[in-house]
Design a protein around this ligand. Structure first.
Ligand code: PRP
Ligand code: URA
Ligand code: MG
Length: 212
């Protein structure tokens, strides 16, 4: 499945603001939700519609409504929470399946600490949200568990992706499409994305940021 690097001017402008080292928690949070909403707009372009007739102000009128699979949004804790509201702005009725993944900062291995999924996953499109796709470990582990629970159609929305991580995800799960605001240059020796955003979880939650 293709990787969509969304090059909309609003996204590029907002992502540029997010890269500033002196950005406030408030601004980073707001921009993460805004870019998440814009990525959602792109990632839903192919949603299926059906026609139906309603009673309009001047009589019956044929309109369209969504008729495809229902959606579950899957934020990867913690940092994925920083995109959830933005996605829900455009898909307000979506069910939310929460997955907790934490990356061991030494080994860079992801481990799952929470899995709270909605039912009927086989009948839903799962849209995973996480600001950062670095080595790909957290995303691959999340896709693994979603598939094990019945998901057959999965998309991932990330603010920034590293080429190394994209390749890993595509090798492990070629059926999953990725929507990102930027494919950045590379990972540094500590597994952080360059130029990247720094530690997105720390920036969204205002926790202490270490050296990366
Ligand atoms: O592609 P990977 O190498 O797995 O790295 C990316 C993951 O790392 C960050 O989360 P982190 O584990 O720092 O947890 P947090 O969201 O709680 O800060 C980020 O939000 C991704 O989930
Ligand atoms: O660049 C990175 C890599 C992993 N997690 C982050 O928050 N940022
Ligand atoms: Mg973090």
């Amino acid at each position: 499945m293709p990787v969509h690097e969304v090059k909309h001017p609003l996204i590029r402008h907002k992502l540029g603001l997010m890269r500033r080292s002196d950005i406030s928690t408030k601004n980073f949070r707001e921009l993460a939700q805004e870019v998440a909403a814009l990525l959602t707009y792109e990632a839903t372009q192919d949603f299926v519609l059906e026609k139906h007739t309603i009673e309009g102000w001047a009589g019956p009128v044929e309109v369209e409504r969504l008729s495809g699979k229902k959606v579950t949004i899957v934020p990867i804790l913690r940092a994925g929470m920083g995109m959830l509201e933005g996605v829900l702005t455009l898909i307000p009725g979506a069910r939310v399946s929460v997955v907790g993944q934490v990356r061991n900062e030494e080994t860079l291995e992801a481990s799952t600490y929470l899995e709270k999924l909605v039912g009927e996953l086989d009948q839903r499109l799962a849209m995973i949200v996480d600001p950062m796709l670095a080595t790909g470990g957290s995303l691959i582990s999340t896709i693994d568990l979603l598939k094990k629970a019945g998901s057959t159609e999965i998309r991932a929305l990330v603010l920034v992706a590293a080429p190394e991580g994209i390749q890993k995800v595509q090798e492990a799960h070629p059926d999953v499409s990725i929507y990102t605001a930027s494919i950045d240059e590379r990972l540094n020796e500590k597994g952080y994305i360059l130029p990247g955003l720094g530690d997105a979880g720390d920036k969204i939650f205002g926790t202490k940021q270490k050296d990366h």
